[in-house]
Design a protein around this ligand. Structure first.
Ligand SMILES: [Zn+2]
Ligand SMILES: [Zn+2]
Length: 268
């Protein structure tokens, strides 16, 4: 009954606000809503990033690892971005976050998944991501038995402050992490890190220094025992200066996390 209601609701919503693909502008009514924001034709044209950069200096670095000379006050071990940042992704992420279109999380997280599976060179980040993921040689797919999850790696979405969460109604980073976690059999933990400072949005700050200052000491690790010795991947939508991810990493490292990586849709 609830399903019928949801379907009917979706139908009427569609009459009032028809969904147009963010790429080609077409309204592909034959597709499910979640596939229409980036239609399959446009989706397949998007190529995952060919190379990764250091989170600190944005210069090329193998597999996105932080250069040893960029460590200093940088606590991220590396950063993995699925695609190159362009106007298309700016619009997609904007509509996702500020027009509250949750369905955009599906194509975006699918791109994050593709960026791992379609990368030929396997590096440290893939090792951390694929820890619970076994390839089924015959089928070319990955077996469900591996979902017997070992918590060697966990996904932590960048938390929102409770006030911002109440306004938006969802955490966009959590939706991305949830889809990725299902695909790679990785636990998603929303209960470990919380945002104790209601900072102004990083996009409203004017320069790099302000971004770092704005986010300083904004996060608190509530369960230090559960991060000790664990590999952690902090998930976010877009990375600009990596100030937010770095602040999360700083707090998680303080509590004994082993490796902390950032994983985002796009790197600005
Ligand atoms: Zn399209
Ligand atoms: Zn660097």
């Amino acid at each position: 009954m609830q399903k019928i209601f949801a379907k009917t609701f979706e139908y009427f919503l569609d009459l009032i606000f028809p969904i147009h693909c963010l790429g080609c502008g077409k309204n592909r009514e034959e597709l499910a809503a979640r596939e229409r924001w980036i239609c399959p034709d446009c989706f397949l044209k998007i190529m995952p990033r060919g190379e990764q950069v250091c989170p600190k200096c944005k210069e090329a670095s193998e597999g996105g690892r932080t250069h040893s000379f960029c460590r200093g006050d940088n606590f991220l071990d590396g950063l993995w971005a699925a695609v190159y940042y362009d106007e298309f992704f700016e619009r997609a992420v904007h509509d996702f976050k500020f027009k509250f279109i949750k369905e955009i999380s599906y194509p975006l997280s699918e791109l994050m998944v593709r960026s791992i599976l379609e990368t030929q060179e396997f590096g440290e980040f893939q090792d951390i991501v694929l820890v619970n993921y076994a390839k089924d040689e015959e089928e070319g797919i990955y077996s469900d038995e591996q979902k017997n999850v070992k918590a060697e790696t966990i996904l932590i979405p960048v938390p929102l402050h409770p006030k911002r969460y109440a306004m938006r109604g969802f955490n966009q980073s959590f939706l991305l992490a949830k889809n990725i976690g299902e695909k790679f059999a990785l636990p998603v933990r929303e209960d470990i890190l919380s945002r104790t400072k209601n900072t102004k949005p990083q996009s409203k700050t004017s320069n790099k220094e302000e971004r770092y200052k704005n986010i300083e000491s904004a996060f608190l690790c509530r369960k230090p025992d559960e991060v000790k010795g664990i590999n952690i991947i902090v998930v976010d939508d877009i990375c600009t200066t990596s100030a937010t991810l770095n602040e999360c990493a700083k707090e998680l490292k303080r509590c004994g996390a082993k490796n902390v990586w950032g994983w985002v849709v796009a790197r600005k």
